[in-house]
Design a protein around this ligand. Structure first.
Ligand SMILES: [Zn+2]
Length: 347
């Protein structure tokens, strides 16, 4: 494949972790060893926090892969998956280096608060690349950008359905328009193995306003992906295994582990995601399940006024697949009832 000189210059060169030691936060691993530590986010206008981090510094040189979860601290299957990966990775078998961050949003996890960091009320996947003088979420994002994103060649951000989201597994492929980078990230989502893949072409292009974690790596020229499995507070073995197995398969694709990656052959590509908000606050009743394929205008669920009277009915804005649907009766005005993915037809 012929690359334009500009594209070549933009693609980050692999770090190929040749150094004898590799440090992330207070975790400092010698070659062939595992180290644990923390990203210490200092106090400012609001309190300090301490984000656990692990470095698996393989015996042989190779790429640096970051695996991050728990930006939303109640997406439990993804957090459990990364803790499980930490126990599975043997540096004697690894070529390159793996940075694992199992739980970005400690306060959300500790207090069982959905979607945001309860310290400052911000989503911990919307304020990248962060700032050193901001609120806790912004300071944590800044440290993750500096310590994790800038030191890696590839990044996998793991999510899932939150406590109030009944979600079917899927991943995101971010199209940056840079051919070689997009080829590698496409092969990473195929190696990861979740059979529904959202094509994400509308993410910010400016590395200084990247908003999302994966996009922070992608806008810095590092082929990266996001994957989601698990839902509604559950930790089902099949969801955890999908995330653990997906990360291991991507490591095989990147030649960080021996063996061939199992590449997905016929995924469902989602070309757009339509969010269906509720026009009313009330009690929500779903009419379809996660993963259901719906026709345009098919009822997705309805909202009542606490007396059993229907005050709002949500319908599918287009034909597609229900990527997730609200899993609890609590419904606020303007909150999301469901996300419907429109399937790409043809090639
Ligand atoms: Zn999430």
């Amino acid at each position: 494949m012929k690359l334009l000189p500009a594209a070549v210059a933009f693609l980050s060169l692999p770090h190929f972790a040749a150094a004898q030691t590799f440090s992330v936060g207070t975790a400092r691993a010698e070659r062939g060893r595992v180290a644990t530590g923390h990203l210490e986010v200092p106090a400012a206008a609001d309190p300090a926090t301490s984000i656990p981090v692990v470095v698996v510094h393989g015996v042989r040189p190779g790429p640096v892969l970051a695996i991050v979860s728990g930006s939303h601290g109640t997406e439990y299957a993804s957090i459990v998956a990364v803790e499980k990966l930490i126990g599975l990775l043997d540096p004697a078998a690894v070529s390159g280096t793996v940075i694992l961050v199992p739980l970005v949003n400690r306060a959300s996890f500790d207090q069982k608060v959905v979607h945001v960091n309860p310290i400052d009320g911000k989503s911990m996947n919307r304020f990248y690349p962060g700032r050193s003088d901001g609120t806790q979420t912004e300071r944590a994002s800044y440290l993750i950008t500096k310590q994790v994103v800038e030191q890696c060649d590839h990044l996998i951000d793991l999510h899932g359905g939150d406590l109030d989201e009944s979600l079917r597994p899927y991943s995101y492929w971010t199209k940056t328009g840079r051919e070689e980078q997009d080829r590698i990230s496409r092969e990473m989502v195929l190696a990861f193995g979740l059979d529904h893949i959202i094509i994400s072409a509308d993410r910010p292009k400016d590395p200084a306003a990247s908003r999302y974690l994966e996009n922070t790596a992608s806008t810095r020229g590092k082929p990266s992906i996001t994957a989601e499995a698990g839902q509604a507070g559950t930790v089902e073995p099949e969801d955890v295994e999908a995330l653990v197995g997906g990360c291991l398969s991507v490591m095989r694709y990147l030649k960080m582990l021996p063996g061939a990656a199992a590449m997905l052959q016929n995924p469902v590509w989602i070309e757009s995601v339509l969010s269906v908000p509720s026009d009313e606050a009330g009690v929500f009743y779903p009419l379809v399940k996660r993963g259901t394929y719906v026709a345009k205008d098919m009822p997705l669920g309805y909202v009542t006024d606490y007396f059993g009277r229907k005050i709002f009915e949500a319908r599918a804005p287009a034909a597609g697949v229900v990527l997730y649907i609200c899993s609890v009766p609590s419904m606020a005005k303007g909150a999301t009832i469901a996300n419907v993915g429109v399937v790409r037809t043809g090639n």
